[in-house]
Write a protein that binds this ligand. Structure first.
Ligand code: SF4
Ligand code: SF4
Length: 168
């Protein structure tokens, strides 16, 4: 009886060594289950975003931070802290740009595993990196529009002055 008991225990220990139980799997190296309606990380289009701030205002978890841009108009764009986001999709729903929304939950990236510590909340950001060439082109366009507006104002003032002289 004792021998049988020892044999059973030995077999159990041998089995535990031979077959890894799910509790000991390292899921970082396994493909995750990805549901068909998975929303996933955001894609932000800085070229179409009008900087209305609606996505930031509606976000229930404060996951969105508006990045400042060096322009006069359309000068903020959202960046998302995915560690805080609950993937509700409200930011995408509320975005007013057409035909494409400027912020969409693209379905990408599902490897956001953290240790669960407070400091880990800064680990996953959806940042917007704008190339300098785009910034320069937009600034140039803004400057051209400013000069044009100034010239038009001067022209209008001159016309008014001329009209005054005629009527006097
Ligand atoms: S999906 Fe929801 S929680 Fe995540 S950034 Fe958008 S509004 Fe906020
Ligand atoms: S709601 Fe859309 S257009 Fe408005 S700031 Fe957010 S991304 Fe940009």
């Amino acid at each position: 009886m004792i021998l049988l008991d020892i044999l059973k225990r030995t077999l159990r220990v041998a089995k535990a060594f031979a077959i890894k139980s799910p509790a000991t799997k390292d899921i970082r190296f396994e493909a995750m289950h990805n549901p068909s309606r998975y929303r996933g990380e955001h894609k932000i289009n800085y070229e179409t975003c009008i900087g209305c701030d609606s996505c930031n205002k509606i976000c229930p978890t404060g996951a969105i931070t508006m990045k400042k841009l060096p322009f006069k108009k359309q000068n903020i764009v959202p960046e998302v802290n995915l560690s805080v986001c609950v993937f509700c999709g409200l930011c995408e729903d509320v975005c007013p740009t057409k035909p494409e929304k400027s912020i969409v939950l693209s379905g990408g990236r599902y490897d956001m595993l953290t240790g669960g510590w407070h400091k880990d909340q800064q680990d996953f950001w959806e940042n917007v990196d704008i190339p300098q060439s785009y910034i320069d082109a937009r600034l140039e366009k803004e400057e051209a529009a400013r000069v044009k507006k100034e010239l038009l104002a001067k022209k209008k003032a001159a016309e008014l002055e001329a009209n005054k002289e005629v009527t006097q």
